[in-house]
Design a protein around this ligand. Sequence first.
Ligand code: C5P
Length: 272
Amino acid sequence: MATEAFAPAKINLTLHVTGQRADGYHLLDSLVVFAGLGDRLRFEPAGRMSLKVTGRFAAGVPEDGRNLVWRAAELAGVTLKIRLEKALPHGAGIGGGSSDAAAVLRTFGGQERAAELGADVPVCLAEAPQRMRGIGNELEAVPDVPAVPLVLVNPGDHVPTPEVFRALAQKQNPDMGALPRWSSQAEFLAWLAAQRNDLEAPAIAAAPAIRDALNGLGGAEGCLLARMSGSGATCFGIFGSDEAARAAAAQIAAAHPDWWVQPTRSIGSAGA
Ligand code: C5P
């Protein structure tokens, strides 16, 4: 019997780098949410492991033990025929590979060992807004985060995560402090606007097109906030309505036919 799973895009609405450990890994304080847009996986029990990658971003994605999906299945102790439809760009700051791996662990078990696959895999198990601290391993569900209309823009540049962290000049920056209980979307957005992604500057230095993506989003009608996710290069814009997000996405895509531009929505906290 085949099983299916969805691996949503992960978005760092904030990403504060608050320190660095002796082993080189960075300490973070990040508000992470997930989007309605993501990769799709299909699993069938099989006598030997196999992986077929399809979809817009299949090119260059390994179909063997180098793929986190394969390694997640091994960690869960299952032998599967896996089909992975890549709708998300990978190595792009929105958790592509990590979210795929988390989808395997959610389906077959082994969640407690998620961190072995990568710093972002534990948070991707959650699918709901999380405050992520430590090197990604300290997680806390955040209430009151509203679902918001988004536009995701990837200008095509690939920026390797280790390089961006290495290029960050100031490694010790203020954390997010105590999170308020937001009582409206406007309050949440006002708070969010005062936060940062500390990796934006080093990522822009490595890939100047990220600045173009941020300007494209920020200049679109109805954009309330534009910021980079993770270590880039994908940026997100928050819009006042789904219609405004769709209109902005169409306008940005028309001006930049080579960019990946997608309107979507974030998943808010339960009951928010
Ligand atoms: O764990 P993962 O393979 O996703 O991390 C990729 C790289 O990003 C690490 O090798 C490290 O250079 C950098 N990183 C970091 N601090 C983190 C997460 C990742 O320095 N908290």
